[in-house]
Design a protein around this ligand. Structure first.
Ligand code: ADE
Ligand code: ZN
Length: 347
């Protein structure tokens, strides 16, 4: 049973405090508005406004990406990267009790900063957050799909040259309707050849067929978003049987083609169809949310049972790209807490 007839099954605060694993979150979409205003002033980057409330408002996805790219350009030094990484991880722990997180970052959107410099800063932030808040983090450099294929290939070569155990995979974000995934087949092949895991943002706005491209041609192991799967019942059956993991996020930049009535979210239909869905915050301050809030909205808004709520977390543990020993340790530490907090008997 996925949903219950009980009016509200689980206390909001319990949902916020549940230990969580988050697999889809953008570093540059996680910059506190106040921090972005400060960094932009330091580096002389003009912002459309310095008003913290107005900065993260957009008319549409294109408007969102303009602000996102501006936020990227305000990160210059290793210290900048360390600061925003630490703050993003601290926010995830304090708001939502995230224990393990995989974060995308867009190396090609920081042209003045060499990859090793940004990586050094991000790793400093990760270590400090692990020391102070106990959170474990892995990184996914993301191809910006508006980039030329040649620069995406160069990105994979750079990742290979500066290999670090924290960097576990490759992703792809940006405006998918403008640049469909098949352009990047050679880049994904190169990423596979150096042992990186692979995923891509697809079928958020584009057609369900993009999911097949992502899995069958790019060789992705997980699907980021993938909401238009609901338009294709045979693909739903195929991916339910295959146990494909979807990294979903209910907050979206406005006007991206979906109803803004929460109950009509495709994520609800995906859960009800039995797909393997995980919840994620994507760009938390930029989209005015955090993972705890997403759990409250989804689990109580759609009246998920405690068992289905637990599965949102355990499916994320199973799909994490850390090594198997670490994944097993994560499961051992989190599962008993989930059982206790959700009133479930172990097992
Ligand atoms: N990059 C960062 N956040 C994104 C989003 N919500 N959609 C597309 N690309 C992104
Ligand atoms: Zn995303």
């Amino acid at each position: 049973m996925t949903v219950t007839d009980e009016p509200v099954a689980i206390d909001d605060e319990v949902l916020r405090r549940l230990p969580k694993v988050e697999l889809h979150c953008h570093l540059e979409g996680s910059i506190r508005a106040a921090t972005l205003v400060e960094l932009a002033a330091t580096h002389g980057i003009p912002l459309p406004t310095t008003d913290h409330d107005a900065l993260y408002r957009y008319p549409d996805l294109a408007g969102f990406l303009v602000v996102y790219e501006t936020a990227c350009s305000a990160l210059r030094t290793a210290a900048d990267f360390a600061r925003v990484t630490y703050e993003a991880l601290e926010d995830a722990v304090l708001s939502s009790n995230v224990r393990y997180r995989e974060m995308f970052f867009n190396p090609t959107l920081h042209p003045g900063t060499p990859y090793p410099v940004m990586l050094e800063g991000i790793l400093d932030g990760i270590r400090a957050a692990e020391r102070d808040h106990g959170i474990t983090t892995r990184l996914i450099p993301s191809i910006y799909r508006q980039d030329p294929v040649a620069s995406a290939l160069e990105l994979v070569a750079t990742v290979a040259e500066h290999r670090d155990d924290h960097v576990v995979g490759i992703g792809m974000d940006g405006d998918e309707l403008a640049d469909p995934p098949e352009r990047f087949v050679a880049v994904y092949r190169a990423a596979a050849a150096i042992g990186l895991h692979r995923s891509a943002h697809v079928a958020h706005d584009g057609p369900a067929s993009m999911i097949e491209t992502c899995l069958d041609d790019l060789g992705c192991e997980r699907v980021d978003h993938g909401y238009h799967v609901v338009d294709d019942p045979s693909l739903v059956s195929r991916l339910r049987d295959a146990g494909t993991t979807f990294l979903c996020a209910t907050p979206t930049p406005p006007l991206c083609g979906w109803s803004d009535v929460f109950d009509e979210s495709p994520v609800r239909r995906m859960i009800e169809a039995g797909l393997r869905v995980t919840l994620n915050s994507d760009d938390p301050p930029m989209l005015h949310t955090d993972l705890g809030t997403e759990f409250v909205k989804v689990c109580n808004g759609w009246r998920l049972t405690p068992e289905r709520t637990k599965q949102l977390v355990t499916d994320a543990i199973d799909a994490a790209w850390c090594d198997p020993t670490e994944r097993a340790a994560l499961a051992r530490s989190i599962t008993p807490e989930l059982d206790r907090m959700l009133g479930l008997s172990p097992g």
